[in-house]
Design a protein around this ligand. Structure first.
Ligand code: AMP
Length: 997
């Protein structure tokens, strides 16, 4: 019976809140305890004078051996009873408005008195009266309010004793104290105990918030909201709260306090992180172990400082690991990509130790060394994409000079490199950079400066020549191609003898005495590309009748006298007197190449039509490939004769190469087959970096009718016009001029071989992965049949008007000079990123404009020097146009000093974009934004405009450059095109006059 014992009791109960049991404690504060008082209580009884029927009395009793006082009354017979027992004044605690009254009592069974008296009762009443002061013995019944009638659960008989316990609540107390009173109305009752108490929620800590002891509320405050305070070193966003129930139980804690940074929760308090641990924010999390390369010496750490030699980058989180600077990049190699462009590709492997970071970038530093003297390369060289901040482990370096040693230092950097360099001078750190010293293994194509006669004999001539620049001792030897022929060979058959030599002198033997010979020597650079050749020099043998000429001997005994003869080639040109029909090409027999310095080149292109049987020409100039060595993979284009495939070629002993395969579709005539294969006969005669290379042909297969094929090197990026259109604005002027330089070099080679292309246009230039451009499309009939740009002229021929020089259109004068005109158009196409020359003007309008001296205007952003060259190519007088050799030299010069490309030619948006950009094709203003975008070929941005709410042309006219960018036009070329077009729209004066030159 615990309640007999203490004044305070704490009761535990369990409440289920939101599915979680929380332990709640209840505290009882006792205001009055009859038993615990242990003596006379001095309670008031009423009425005071009761005669022989006493009312309530104090009786001392013994229960289970212990003595105690009870109040009892037992007037069960006679008149009606009204006996009151009133407690002493019970002081109330200010917040306790609700008290519990617990009674232990026994009630005697009325029947146990034998013949139950009429007045005997088995219940009594509980009353209460509030007062702000103790009223002493003053007692007024009327001041008391009834709380309850109390009946026993069990009544006591004659010989047993049954104790009842009943608790009643007295609510809404508000005055300083109160009295309880028990009214007896004729029962036999004894109180063993009367206990008055109230309940409170004990002080507690929940969710790191402490809540004070709180007296439970009453009827009108069933849940008392109690604010709490975060424990030391804990904080919370909102004030933590909890509710105290009427039963003195805490329920529903709201809000959570969290330990500050450097502290973690332990047993309802926040305690410092131990050394080696940290916590960087206020949270309910635990302290974490210090990360890699950090140290934790103190307790309560918010973060762990870096160990020596390790750092955090500004962007690193303070709580993350520390890292060290990277070690040096490994295995730097330099590979030569485009020798002639002075270009190297540097590549390397990432550092072995990244210092634990993934933000490694690289800076490349260049030193140029002449002998032992090195100095920074500075602005002289170009890096692509950049010399600093590289993420890739490669960079292309260009504008390098031959003959120099370069030293490239590649430094690996990371977000912490700058701290590392501040902390320790470079000498005291492990190196983060590696250096490679290299030089370009090429020389500018060497030129022969002078050729002289050293010794003369009747059957031999000793010659020597000078070469510039002089070959260096260690570099790969230059070789020389010496070609000679008798001066007055009969015109039908000219015999050229070609010697490949490794020295700059030779004794040529077995010559005819007293005969004039013409010699020409050409240097071949180490990569095999030909350099400039010498003038043709004439030397005569001495006269001596003893020697008889012997042609075979001449051929076989070409190189003697110290020169190393690698091989001898004999070129015999049959200069047929037969006049070529109008469809065949004409050599450059016109005045264009007939100036005295421009002697005919030695190697001349042979027109396959000069062969009686064109099949013989194919055999002669093209290698036969077995079809089993070819695999077709995918159709990539359509030619006049059949599909063009991408495929691969695997010939024994050679590694597999990607190829393009042109096929001849079944059902062709023999003439068509010959025309088809003529392209191979022509291409097979060329060997130049910028001419598409013939791998071979398939003509002899058993069912060759199905299989005639021409196999060429594969050019990954396809036709140039299309490629540029697809990459509008993506290349710099320098890159575009680099492409033109390649095309010009290819054309120079062709013109040197007296080959006239006749259909030079960007669509007939192919581009590979390295952005190298190669001239293609050599079919004899292709201008007639194949080219969709070809237009029938009044004479019945088919000519691509926009690309063709006026004299070639007017009277079919196709020459290298007319190819130069076409090259000018190609220049324009390239600089305009594949724009159609003369836009949508008709062929007739184009011819008329040209005749009236109008020329294409400069494309957007076209360097002035480049545009000037175009205009030169379009000079009406063909002999005044530059030659391909001049063009190559000029473009080389521009590329060598890129600053020369900075001056931009005047540009008129109204004509350069497209004439009708100021209005629709019918001359009226554009009706819709999409019509306008369509006209400037920018309709891919239609959605961008409509999303941005630009739906009519008035709005377009208001747009500023920023607005165009903001709606999502990012490519610089496109941005300009749209911006310029808007400019043009604003200025309605569209005119052709700007064509005038
Ligand atoms: P052609 O008949 O030579 O004009 O070729 C038709 C199309 O096939 C060209 O426009 C190119 O797209 C493609 N093509 C021709 N030759 C090659 C090649 N060697 N490499 C890649 N594509 C080629």
């Amino acid at each position: 019976m615990g309640f007999w014992g203490g004044i305070r009791r704490v009761l535990f109960s369990y409440v289920l809140i939101n599915g979680i049991f929380i332990t709640l404690q209840t505290k009882e504060e006792v205001l009055l305890d009859m038993r615990a008082a242990g003596g006379e209580l001095g309670w008031l009884t009423w009425p005071l004078d009761q005669g022989d029927t006493p009312g309530w009395e104090v009786v001392q009793r013994t229960l289970n051996g212990s003595q105690f006082y009870t109040y009892s009354v037992c007037n069960v017979e006679g008149r009606e009873q009204d006996n009151w027992l009133r407690t002493t004044f019970i002081q109330r605690r200010p917040s306790a408005s609700r008290v519990f009254v617990e009674l232990q009592f026994i009630v005697r069974d009325c029947n146990s008195f034998g013949g139950a008296p009429l007045t005997c009762k088995e219940t009594f009443n509980l009353f209460t009266s509030e007062s702000d002061a103790d009223v002493g013995t003053t007692f007024h019944k009327s001041l008391f309010k009834k709380v309850a009638t109390i009946a026993p659960d069990e009544i006591t008989g004659k010989n047993d004793m049954r104790i009842n316990t009943e608790t009643r609540v007295v609510e809404n107390l508000s005055q300083r104290g109160f009295y309880l009173a028990f009214q007896d109305i004729g029962a036999c009752v004894a109180f063993l105990s009367v206990r008055v108490y109230y309940k409170s929620c004990p002080s507690t800590i929940k969710s790191l918030a402490s809540f004070p002891e709180t007296v439970a509320g009453g009827e009108n405050q069933v849940l008392k909201e109690v604010p709490g305070v975060c424990v030391e070193n804990a904080v919370s966003v909102e004030v933590p709260r909890i509710y105290c129930t009427v039963d003195g139980e805490w329920v529903v804690p709201v809000g959570q306090c969290q330990c500050k940074a450097g502290f973690e929760e332990k047993e309802d308090s926040c305690q410092e992180c131990e050394p080696g641990f940290f916590k960087d924010s206020e949270s309910s999390g635990k302290c974490e172990a210090c990360p890699a390369n950090t140290q934790g010496l103190k307790s309560g750490a918010l973060s762990c400082p870096c160990m020596q030699g390790f750092y955090r980058a500004p962007t690193d989180s303070n709580s993350g690991p520390c890292s060290g600077p990277p070690s040096a990049p490994r295995d730097i190699v330099a590979t030569t990509t485009q020798l002639s462009a002075g270009k190297l590709l540097l590549s390397w492997n990432p550092p072995a130790d990244t210092g634990g970071r993934d933000d490694i970038t690289y800076n490349v530093e260049c030193q140029r060394c002449e002998g032992a003297v090195c100095q920074p390369c500075g602005e002289k060289i170009r890096y692509d994409p950049s010399g600093t901040g590289l993420r890739d482990t490669r960079v292309s370096v260009s504008e390098l000079d031959a003959h120099l040693n370069y030293s490239f230092t590649v430094e690996a950097l990371s977000g912490v490199s700058m701290f590392a360099s501040q902390a320790a001078p470079r000498a005291h750190r492990p190196p983060s950079s590696a250096t490679l010293t290299t030089s370009l293994h090429y020389t500018d194509p060497p030129k022969i400066t002078t050729m002289r006669l050293v010794e003369r004999a009747p059957t031999s001539l000793s010659l020597s020549w000078d070469v510039s620049p002089r070959p260096r001792v260690q570099s790969r030897p230059i070789r020389y191609e010496l070609t000679y022929r008798k001066k007055d060979d009969n015109l039908d058959v000219t015999t050229y003898i070609v010697l490949i030599l490794e020295k700059s002198s030779v004794k040529v033997s077995d010559l005819d005495p007293d005969t004039a010979y013409l010699f020409r020597v050409q240097a071949l650079s180490s990569d095999g590309s030909p350099g400039g050749s010498s003038m043709e020099e004439q030397f005569e043998t001495l006269s001596d009748g003893h020697h008889t000429p012997n042609r075979t001997a001449i051929i076989l005994a070409g190189g003697v006298g110290g020169a190393t003869m690698l091989f001898i080639v004999v070129v015999i040109l049959f200069l047929r007197k037969r006049r070529r029909n109008s469809h065949t090409r004409q050599g450059p027999e016109d005045t264009y190449f007939s100036s005295p310095e421009q002697l005919k080149p030695l190697k001349t292109y042979v027109d396959p039509h000069t062969y009686e049987d064109p099949n013989v020409a194919v055999l002669k100039f093209a290698t036969e490939i077995h079809p089993s060595h070819i695999t077709k993979q995918k159709v990539i284009g359509a030619g006049e004769f059949g599909e063009v495939y991408r495929g691969s070629l695997k010939v024994q002993g050679r590694k597999e190469v990607a190829v393009a395969i042109k096929t001849l579709k079944p059902g062709y005539t023999e003439k068509q087959r010959q025309d088809f294969l003529s392209e191979a006969s022509i291409m097979g005669q060329f060997a130049h970096q910028n001419i598409i290379r013939l791998e071979g042909v398939v003509t002899k297969c058993k069912d060759f009718f199905k299989h005639a094929m021409i196999v060429t090197e594969y050019m990954e990026n396809g036709a140039l016009d299309r490629y540029l259109r697809d990459h509008d604005g993506e290349f710099s002027a320098f890159q575009l001029v680099g492409m033109l330089r390649g095309i010009a070099a290819g054309m120079k080679y062709l013109s040197d071989m007296s080959y006239v292309h006749r259909d030079l246009a960007a669509r007939n230039i192919l581009v590979n992965n390295n952005l190298e451009c190669k001239v293609s499309d050599f079919g004899l009939s292709r201008v007639l049949e194949d080219d969709p740009e070809g237009t029938y002229t009044t004479s019945g021929g088919k000519i691509p008007i926009r690309w063709t020089a006026p004299e070639a259109i007017a009277y079919r004068k196709f020459t290298s000079a007319s190819d130069v005109w076409s090259f000018g158009i190609v220049m324009w196409e390239v600089m305009a990123f594949g724009e159609r020359p003369y836009w949508d003007m008709s062929n007739h309008e184009v011819m008329k404009a040209i005749n009236e001296a109008f020329r294409l205007p400069a494309p957007m952003d076209c360097p002035s020097a480049v545009y000037q060259l175009m205009l030169q190519c379009w000079l009406p007088e063909r002999s005044k146009r530059p030659r391909f050799g001049d063009i190559v030299s000029l473009l080389d010069k521009l590329l060598r000093s890129p600053d020369s490309l900075k001056a931009i030619a005047d540009f008129d948006p109204r004509v350069s974009i497209r004439l009708p950009s100021t209005s629709g094709s019918d001359g009226s203003p554009f009706k819709s934004v999409s019509d306008w975008l369509e006209s400037i070929k920018m309709n891919q941005y239609s959605e961008n405009f409509s999303h941005a709410g630009i739906v009519n042309m008035d709005q377009v006219l208001q747009m500023k450059n920023e607005d165009i960018k903001n709606i999502g036009v990012r490519l610089p070329g496109h941005l300009k095109r749209i911006a310029y077009s808007i400019l043009g729209l604003k200025d309605q004066t569209s005119t052709l006059s700007v064509f005038a030159v």
